[in-house]
Design a protein around this ligand. Structure first.
Ligand SMILES: [Zn+2]
Length: 122
């Protein structure tokens, strides 16, 4: 899914640039197939410009075939979709959660209600 944004998001915990949500297209394959994560095509584009004409998204990286005669793989981006708006990984998401709970006393209503209930059961 990803999130569409106008500018590069950075991880709220570690500060690294959050990844673009990309798709991969493989060229020079036996058939054209589109799956959720990649597309295969039969064309063998000789140049990056030729490959760009075959995909309607911005090419962000590419590789050439073993014999170097055509572009065999491109990674494309729609120009606005990132993996997440706040965090680069679940590890960073958990780290910030732990940090604010421990050092800033942050909690949810569910936690406060459970704690109140726990007190009245004593
Ligand atoms: Zn991070």
């Amino acid at each position: 899914m990803g999130i569409q944004l106008n500018s590069q998001p950075f991880c709220r915990w570690c500060g690294i640039a959050i990844r673009k949500r990309t798709e991969t297209t493989y060229f020079g394959r036996r058939s054209t197939e589109i799956t959720r994560y990649s597309t295969t095509r039969i064309e063998k584009p000789a140049s990056l410009a030729d490959a760009q004409c075959l995909v309607n998204r911005k090419i962000v990286s590419n590789t050439r075939s073993m014999d170097r005669t055509y572009v065999d793989k491109v990674t494309t981006w729609d120009g606005e979709t990132y993996e997440d708006e706040l965090f680069c990984s679940l590890k960073c998401e958990a780290a910030l959660g732990r940090f604010v709970a421990k050092h800033h006393g942050w909690s949810t209503n569910e936690y406060r209600q459970a704690k109140e209930k726990g007190k009245s059961n004593d």
